[in-house]
Design a protein around this ligand. Structure first.
Ligand code: KIV
Length: 266
């Protein structure tokens, strides 16, 4: 078995001034292929609410659904660290119920969990989660689960005061025990400053070039999801056309009597 990526691997990558990759996956075969390709972290992002389930936003998904996707992805990931996004309301009611939900993800194959935001409660929860034996990835800047409070898909940390606040949050989360920190939709210089001022690796999600790692939603990378594509997403393929063309050819072959042929029957 390939050497599993752990919190120590990621810290070493940061300390050596190297970069690492994180990609989302929502099913077994995608996890297996991106693991073979060498991605360091596979995130079962709650973005799957939109990309895999067609929901309107990430707040529509629950623990039961995230558990099923975690199980499937974990089976496909041999080397990559498997991180599950704790969904909306699964960790903010109280610490005991949060720990049960978090522990359940680990029982279903997650190596770590991701929690959004920074406040006294989240800091306490991170401490308790790490004490329970589960590494936590933090997530600040634009936090999709708070989209209704933020008031839209808006870049965070744009003023000097907001940038200072983000740095303070990053330092608090580091102190609470996160092993890495996603910075979403933050100006590049703000993310660079945070990266240089905390010892745990930062992960850029539309936060520019100077973080230690980078994340992308796999459906954006593959060119599969076409409802909405953020500026920072780079399309490396055209799965939408691939799927449409395969289906169209199959349909045509049936209509023309070309499927199945003599080698495809018992
Ligand atoms: O849900 C998700 O996919 C995410 C990443 C884009 C960071 O949280």
């Amino acid at each position: 078995m390939a050497n599993k990526v752990t919190v120590r691997t990621l810290k070493k990558i940061k300390d050596n001034g190297e970069k690492f990759s994180m990609l989302t996956a929502y099913d077994f075969s995608t996890a297996k292929y991106i693991d073979n390709a060498g991605t360091d972290i596979i995130l079962i992002g709650d973005s799957l609410a939109m990309t895999a389930l067609g929901y309107d936003n990430t707040n529509c998904i629950g623990v039961e659904e995230m558990t099923i996707f975690t199980k499937a992805v974990a089976k496909g990931a041999e080397r990559a660290m498997v991180v599950t996004d704790m969904p909306f309301m699964s960790y903010t009611i109280d610490i005991p119920s949060a720990l049960i939900n978090i522990g359940n993800m680990v029982k279903n194959g997650a190596n770590a969990v991701k929690l959004e935001g920074c406040n006294d409660y989240i800091e306490k929860l991170i401490e308790c989660t790490v004490n329970m034996g589960v590494p936590v990835m933090g997530h600040i800047g634009y936090t999709p689960q708070s989209q209704n409070v933020i008031g839209g898909h808006i870049i965070q940390g744009k003023t000097e005061q907001a940038a200072e606040e983000l740095l303070k949050q990053a330092q608090k989360l580091e102190k609470a025990g996160v092993f890495s920190l996603v910075l979403e939709m933050v100006p590049e210089d703000v993310a660079k400053n945070i990266t240089e001022n905390i010892s745990v690796p930062t992960i850029s999600c539309g936060a520019g070039r100077y973080c230690d790692g980078f994340v992308m939603v796999c459906d954006d990378l593959f060119g599969k999801f076409d409802n909405f594509t953020p500026k920072f997403a780079r399309k490396y393929g055209d799965m939408k056309s691939l799927i449409t063309n395969c289906a169209a050819k199959y349909i045509e072959d049936i209509k023309n009597g070309n499927y199945p042929n003599e080698n495809e029957v018992y």
